[in-house]
Design a protein. Structure first.
Length: 162
């Protein structure tokens, strides 16, 4: 059986027993992906004939895929806005957006660990791993760990990476 394109295989999101799967890809729903394009239209329905509701102008923004229809994905962004995007506008490379007003990027996944940098609300970071309430990220030339509760782009019980 051929593998779905990379944009449909988000890291760390494999189906679990009893989990809802997408009709088009067979991958778990919900799951996270990131916006691949520097301009991505969010439509009111799954097709080009539906009007554009929103245009994302930033690459790598995390979105949650909540439904699938053919080559279209219904996504939800960090503000709760939902709409449809063509699969070609999405990438499997995971990212997160910082939701906390300001948080400390830490050297290790522990509250007592040394700080690497202060991260402001709205910063988008590449997501490398998540475990035990912490996520390993890279942004602006810095690498470190953020509390899972400080970011959008990870399911509540999701664990992946090294």
């Amino acid at each position: 059986m051929p593998q779905p394109p990379a944009a449909q295989q988000p890291a760390g999101q494999q189906p679990e027993a009893g989990q809802r799967l997408g009709a088009s890809t067979g991958l778990p729903l919900p799951r996270f992906a990131s916006v691949r394009a520097s301009e991505a239209k969010l439509r009111t329905g799954p097709g080009l004939r539906y009007p554009t509701e929103w245009v994302y102008r930033f690459r790598d923004m995390p979105v949650e895929i909540v439904e699938e229809y053919d080559a279209w994905r219904k996504v939800r962004d960090w503000e709760g806005t939902e709409g449809w995007m063509h699969q070609s506008l999405l990438a499997g490379q995971r990212s997160v957006i910082v939701m906390a007003e300001e948080t400390l990027l830490r050297r290790e996944p522990a509250e007592a660990a040394a700080g690497v940098a202060r991260v402001q609300r709205g910063v988008v970071a590449r997501l490398d791993a998540c475990r035990q309430g912490w996520c390993a990220v890279a942004a602006g030339g810095y690498r470190g760990w953020l509390p899972r509760t400080a970011v959008y782009g990870v399911l509540a019980d999701e664990t992946f990476g090294s």
